[in-house]
Design a protein around this ligand. Structure first.
Ligand SMILES: O=C(CO)[C@H](O)[C@H](O)COP(=O)(O)O
Length: 211
């Protein structure tokens, strides 16, 4: 199981400072959608340059023009690029094809997908690398989480790795670990804490013990 740190509400200098604090304990650094909207792919480039030993995920949540956007994120140094599960089949296939050309990986974010089981089976056949269940901020606010959705995709996904995101905190991590996703994505559960380094270290330890 890998741990991904999601950076959503920071600028580039804040992102660098945060990664420095926890770099020993995370496998992947996500440059979140709000950061890319504010700072552009420069954020991906600068984090990859400063932390070349970490994998960097560009959370573009691609919906269209997939091959082009995957190419641009790859040029900026992203190792993994996200596309939405609700995107057209052709877009997801185009993203996979371009990522393969560039030696990069594709994570499909299933946020907002209504027919989760059926769509997970379909995107799994397209050769994507990760399929991620995700409760976004707006649904977190009304008490939702992604554990049931993780169980659903774990039943049907045969090729891709599974991932989970959305509101995971130290106190909810044990039940996430028990569900055995390949990738656990944590944003505010680390970035919103006083002692980020201690929380990230504890999360990493719990994940290693759960393997
Ligand atoms: O992609 C995202 C929001 O769209 C976040 O990066 C993801 O939900 C993880 O952050 P948090 O743990 O704070 O929910």
């Amino acid at each position: 199981m890998e741990l991904q740190l999601a950076l959503d509400l920071v600028n580039i200098p804040e992102a660098k400072k945060l990664v420095k604090e926890v770099e020993e304990y995370v496998d992947i650094v996500e440059i979140g959608t709000p950061v890319i909207i504010n700072e552009g792919l420069r954020a991906v480039k600068e984090i990859k340059q400063e932390f070349p030993h970490l994998k960097v995920l560009a959370d573009l949540k691609i919906m269209d023009a997939a091959a082009y956007e995957v190419m641009k994120a790859s040029e900026a140094g992203a190792d993994i690029i996200t596309i939405l599960g609700v995107a057209e089949d052709l877009s997801i296939k185009g993203a996979v094809e371009e990522a393969k050309k560039q030696g990069k990986k594709i994570l499909v974010d299933m946020i907002g997908v209504k027919n989760l089981e059926e769509r997970a089976k379909e995107v799994d056949e397209f050769g994507v690398d990760y399929i991620c269940v995700h409760t976004g901020y707006d649904l977190q606010a009304v008490g939702k989480n992604s554990l049931e959705d993780l169980a659903t995709i774990k039943r049907v996904v045969k090729n891709a790795k599974t991932a989970i995101a959305g509101g995971i905190k130290l106190n909810t991590l044990p039940e996430v670990i028990k569900a055995k996703p390949d990738l656990i994505i944590v944003g505010g559960g680390i970035t919103g804490q006083e002692d980020k380094r201690a929380v990230a270290a504890e999360m990493k330890k719990m994940i290693q013990q759960g393997e």
